[in-house]
Design a protein around this ligand. Structure first.
Ligand SMILES: [Mg+2]
Length: 122
């Protein structure tokens, strides 16, 4: 069975790999909160475009038919997010841990289990 890279690579390894790629191309100068946040939104739009006008019942079929392209767009979203973290020296594990703690308060299991209701309506 193919060994998944996620089990062998730290987030810091990925951050350094992407930082090196950007630095070698002298693209750091374009990396600011405006450009990177817009880039994340645009890449998320490219990911969503695969599913636009698709019936919910057909999502899985659409995913399977376009998996490679969808994975490329998901990678773009994550890469730009990591560029943002790199540019502003943000520790991704710290912000995810903090945000998940907030999410746990907003979405207590007993109120939110199995429902997609926004926390303001729980
Ligand atoms: Mg893209």
């Amino acid at each position: 069975m193919e060994k998944k890279l996620d089990t062998q690579t730290t987030l810091e390894d990925v951050k350094v790999f992407i930082k090196k790629f950007i630095h070698e191309r002298d693209w750091d100068k374009f990396h600011n909160a405006k450009n990177l946040s817009m880039g994340m939104s645009i890449e998320a739009g490219e990911l969503m475009e695969h599913f636009l006008w698709t019936d919910t019942a057909d999502v899985q079929k659409t995913f399977e038919a376009n998996q490679q392209d969808i994975e490329d767009e998901l990678a773009d979203v994550i890469i730009v997010a990591i560029c943002f973290a790199n540019q502003y020296n943000i520790d991704i594990n710290t912000i995810i841990t903090k945000k998940m703690a907030k999410n746990a308060l907003k979405y207590p299991i007993e109120k939110s289990k199995g429902v997609a209701t926004k926390y303001t309506k729980l």
